[in-house]
Design a protein around this ligand. Structure first.
Ligand SMILES: NC(=O)C1=CN([C@@H]2O[C@H](COP(=O)(O)OP(=O)(O)OC[C@H]3O[C@@H](n4cnc5c(N)ncnc54)[C@H](O)[C@@H]3O)[C@@H](O)[C@H]2O)C=CC1
Ligand SMILES: O=C(CO)COP(=O)(O)O
Length: 355
């Protein structure tokens, strides 16, 4: 092994495992880097041979993580079957729009009882399925987990202190992921509310767009706090109505991820909102970003679902009107501010009861 590819000393000790990371974008790269530095053998699958070859020879993924060296035994490959067959645990970081297609096309490559963990924060268009539900449908014989939390890829690759959540019903899955990923700069907390953790990760992208928009309009710090807190109320109202545990939203995958993406221009969803707030149209903002901003798709699906099941989501509705109905931003803000003044924490004082 060359000096360049030697694992850095992260304080992680223990046996070396074979793991696969599917998806060569920002987050797949960040997780491959943590696993590689922790001394594991990482079978890192991506679509493009040119990208795989670049990482093999230079140890850098220049399109998604320019200037970041991938230390450790990271083996880029375009052969998904080979990567999965060698792995004890598979991490999937493929955008939600392509997630099912990739898994379905390769479902026979996964082994019985193999652990498969979704890193993806999105919702499938047809049927409002979360990624773990897709895994359950496509590879039901595998043991499934979801990783979600305040995890900006660009900070993780700099070894900035970070915490995340592994959600799984099976305690062995939770423990295995904690053991594989935990190190001096990356902590993994456990949760059993898979649906809540996963839905929180998808929903917060919507509010990151709202926060970016508010920031571009220089709406002030009070407004920022109002939007984050009312976003939390709205996303937990929606998720709880679908079966999530409300307490999950007090954790890293809930309020934690909401804070990081609503306050940082490192979030791609925030950046899209900021660009729209500055007058750019949505298509141009997304094209300029050049990476996935799941929130713009999630927004549409959540708006439809909320209407279908009768959940009050004024921020979702307002953002939808701005992004997809060409509504005036000022008119939407005015209508939100002048709507009925409701209860603060509806788990204490119900929203619909006369105050
Ligand atoms: N970047 C971040 O900070 C974090 C991202 N995530 C989530 O991870 C997921 C992936 O996001 P990123 O890696 O950030 O996106 P990205 O935009 O940086 O990269 C997307 C990757 O997916 C690949 N891809 C797209 N379609 C594909 C297909 N049909 N088959 C195979 N590969 C395909 C692209 O080639 C690219 O490598 C998203 O759901 C995102 O919300 C979660 C936590 C943090
Ligand atoms: O999920 C993320 C951080 O936790 C990344 O957010 P963006 O996709 O908005 O960059």
């Amino acid at each position: 092994m060359s000096e360049q590819s030697m694992p850095q000393d992260t304080g992680a000790t223990g046996p070396v495992h074979d793991v696969a990371v599917l998806g060569g974008g920002s987050f797949g790269t960040a997780m491959a880097k943590v696993l590689g530095e922790n001394g594991h053998r990482v079978h890192f699958w991506m679509r493009g041979e040119a990208q795989a070859e670049e990482i093999r020879t230079t140890r850098v993924n220049s399109r998604y993580m320019p200037g970041i060296e991938l230390a450790g035994d990271i083996q880029p490959t375009t052969d998904l079957a080979d990567a999965v067959s060698k792995a004890e645990i598979v991490f999937v970081a493929i955008p939600s729009k392509a997630f099912r297609a990739v898994i379905r096309e390769n479902c026979d490559k996964f082994r019985d009882d193999q652990i498969v963990v979704s890193l993806t924060k999105g919702i499938e268009e047809h049927g409002f399925k979360l990624m773990s539900e897709i895994l359950q449908e496509e590879i039901p014989r595998c043991r499934i987990g979801v990783l979600s939390g305040p995890n900006l890829a660009g900070e993780i690759v700099n070894r900035d202190l970070t915490a995340t959540v592994i959600a799984a019903k099976d305690p062995d899955v939770r423990r295995a992921v904690q053991d594989l990923l935990g190190c001096e700069y990356f902590r993994v907390y456990a949760n059993v509310d898979v649906y809540g953790v996963e839905l929180a990760g998808a929903l917060k992208n919507i509010y990151a767009i709202v926060a970016g928009l508010a920031s571009a309009l220089e709406m002030g710090e009070n407004a920022k706090a109002m939007l984050i807190t009312r976003g939390l109320a709205e996303m937990s109202r929606f998720a709880v109505s679908l079966g999530a545990n409300p307490m999950t939203f007090m954790g890293l995958a809930g309020v934690g991820d909401l804070i990081v993406t609503c306050t940082s221009s490192k979030s791609r969803n925030y950046r899209v909102g900021y660009a729209v707030g500055q007058g750019q149209n949505l298509d141009d903002a997304v094209a300029e970003l050049g990476q996935v901003a799941e929130g713009i798709y999630t927004l549409k699906l959540v708006k439809e679902k909320a209407e279908a099941i009768g959940i009050y989501m004024p921020l979702v509705r307002g953002l939808y009107e701005i992004l997809y109905d060409n509504a005036s931003i000022r008119a939407v803000i005015n209508s939100l501010m002048m709507s009925v003044q409701n209860s603060d924490v509806e788990f204490i004082l119900p929203r619909t009861i006369s105050q």
